[in-house]
Design a protein around this ligand. Structure first.
Ligand SMILES: [Fe+2]
Length: 569
């Protein structure tokens, strides 16, 4: 369906009478989204190719059936108080088929939001339609961005890219240059869009983009540090090109705040085990502020339709980013947030010997999502009518353990779902008990490519037991963050269990894992149709500044849900 010229003219006429305020779905008091009026837009602007005004270019996120969030940033050096920012949206790249033009309220562009502009067009676009957009400010026009609203009704197939973990200090975004050219509907980002580090830990002699934080610290300490990191990442031309050409659906993991972040429920504050605020004064108020700063910077620099309550003091009330997306009758996507509400990683506080005997990972009190989000996720998946139920998850869901006779002896990573086993089983058994088929979990975080079966009980080793199989998990490699191979080669400690598993023991100890490799970088493309899905993992070098470096196919996998059959193609 397309927006006709007549619809456009009618909308313009209406706008002259009724300036409207764009609202978030949360109907909150948030100032997250800039207000605008539909209006005419001046012509004759030169394109700001050098980023004099639009220094971080444009981006779009969270496409819905009738909208999308559009994003840009005004270079503070070019900011003029009271000056109008204009927006054009059209059906074609040369803007000869206009859909809407708008005038953004000048007072909504300010240092308070670090000169970022998020505009929510919910309700003003048509389903399954490609749109082009551009901003105008002063004498210049931004580069043109491209977005695509979600389809409704019957859909034969859909293709998406999946990305995660893009440390900028240790790598080049060659993968993003290739991703920009992919023929995909949108890009799913599973977290670690930024890292809090000025230099990635353990790779200090391999830094290609050193960051100098305003605070002078080694990790982000406040809002200005987080903003600086987002700006530096978003200056990258390859990332800009990918975000200009595709709408992103983004969730966060720990590094948008700090390594292994969780919520310390006892003190009702952020937990960040290796951050100087916790290893130093450990002042709960300071940690609460760090959580808020990380949240605010994320809202400013990530185009997303999320619930924000500016008046709220508690982190849980201030921002809710878990949300769902419908791709016609084919895919329901649930993007979760496993860092805001999660309890502390278990079995870390004792000696190695004490930790070996610790079984806190089984406790019901261990939660990754918090009850409200967990219920939302389970309800969504078991009641979905879509062919595919897809969960955009962060850390590895499948068990990764050293085992004997199928029984786990030691787990490799309690920061992942192995540290939250009651909740994992609750989710997977709910999916199984409701006879949900076509269940797929997409995961990031581990800087590793994994294809795995999911089971209610991972200790039952057979991959043919249909009473136990739930679906599959697919993990995309990192865009640029150091993979395990690089980490181990540098003598960095990844833990004794990981080290032994990496030495060829992953599949032997964990027969549900079909494929595991941690010496590549890149992204994955997933294509769904009504009878199968195809998952292609691309291997793209990040170590040299060469955007056109070869895009190699690492592997292709096919999943046929009737027989629950995951195979390499
Ligand atoms: Fe990461």
């Amino acid at each position: 369906m397309t927006v006709s010229r007549r619809t456009f003219v009618q909308a313009m006429g209406l706008a002259l009478l009724t300036p409207f305020t764009v609202r978030s779905l949360a109907s909150s008091s948030s100032e997250t989204y800039a207000r605008f009026n539909l209006s005419g837009s001046p012509s004759g602007y030169d394109i700001d190719q050098d980023g004099l005004i639009f220094d971080l270019s444009v981006a779009s996120g969270d496409p819905s059936q009738t909208g999308v969030v559009l994003w840009t940033h005004i270079n503070p050096a070019a900011f003029v108080p009271g000056q109008t920012l204009y927006l054009d949206v059209a059906l074609d790249e040369s803007f000869t088929q206009p859909v809407m033009s708008a005038e953004i309220h000048a007072e909504d562009i300010s240092a308070d939001r670090d000169y970022t502009v998020n505009i929510d067009l919910e309700g003003y676009l048509s389903p399954n339609q490609r749109y082009y957009y551009r901003f105008k400010y002063g004498t210049l026009c931004s580069r043109t961005g491209r977005c695509h609203t979600l389809p409704t009704g019957g859909l034969e197939s859909i293709k998406m890219a999946v990305v995660t973990c893009q440390d900028y200090t240790t790598g080049y975004y060659n993968a993003y240059n290739h991703l920009a050219d992919e023929d995909v509907h949108c890009v799913l980002h599973l977290g670690d869009f930024i890292y809090e580090y000025a230099q990635y830990e353990g790779f200090e002699d391999a830094i290609v983009h050193p960051l100098s934080l305003p605070s002078g610290a080694k990790v982000a300490m406040d809002l200005e540090d987080y903003r600086h990191i987002y700006r530096e990442y978003r200056k990258d031309k390859n990332l800009q090109r990918a975000m200009e050409r595709h709408s992103f659906i983004i969730t966060w993991d720990d590094h948008e705040t700090a390594d292994n972040a969780y919520w310390d429920y006892d003190r009702d504050t952020l937990g960040v085990p290796s951050h100087p605020y916790q290893t130093g004064d450990n002042n709960p108020e300071q940690l609460r502020q760090l959580r808020r700063d990380a949240q605010q910077a994320w809202i400013e620099y990530v185009p997303a339709r999320v619930k924000v309550d500016e008046a709220a003091s508690h982190a849980f009330d201030y921002l809710q980013i878990y949300r769902s997306f419908q791709f016609g009758d084919l895919v329901d996507l649930y993007m979760t947030d496993s860092r805001t509400y999660r309890t502390k990683e278990p079995c870390k506080d004792g000696t190695a010997w004490q930790n070996y005997w610790c079984t806190d990972y089984e406790k019901k009190s261990q939660t990754m999502l918090g009850k409200t989000q967990r219920d939302w996720l389970i309800d969504g998946i078991v009641n979905s009518n879509a062919r595919w139920k897809v969960w955009g998850n962060q850390t590895l869901l499948a068990q990764l353990a050293g085992t004997a006779l199928g029984q786990p002896l030691v787990f490799a990573n309690y920061d992942a779902w192995d540290g939250y086993q009651w909740e994992r089983e609750k989710i997977l058994s709910s999916v199984k008990d409701s006879n949900v088929d076509n269940f797929v979990v997409l995961t990031g975080d581990l800087h590793t490519s994994i294809a795995s079966y999911l089971k209610v009980n991972f200790n039952k080793v057979s991959n043919w037991n249909y009473d136990n199989l739930v679906g599959i998990e697919l993990m995309t490699p990192s865009i640029s963050s150091p993979n395990m191979n690089d980490t181990v080669e540098r003598g960095r400690d990844v833990g004794a269990v990981f080290t032994s598993l990496l030495n060829g023991g992953v599949q032997v100890n964990n027969p549900h894992i079909k494929d595991f490799v941690s010496d590549i970088y890149g992204y994955a493309v997933i294509e769904f149709n009504h009878s199968e899905l195809n998952w292609t993992v691309y291997n793209i070098d990040k170590k040299s500044d060469n955007p056109s470096t070869k895009k190699k196919t690492y592997k292709k996998f096919n999943y046929e849900p009737e027989g629950m059959w995951l195979t390499e193609k």
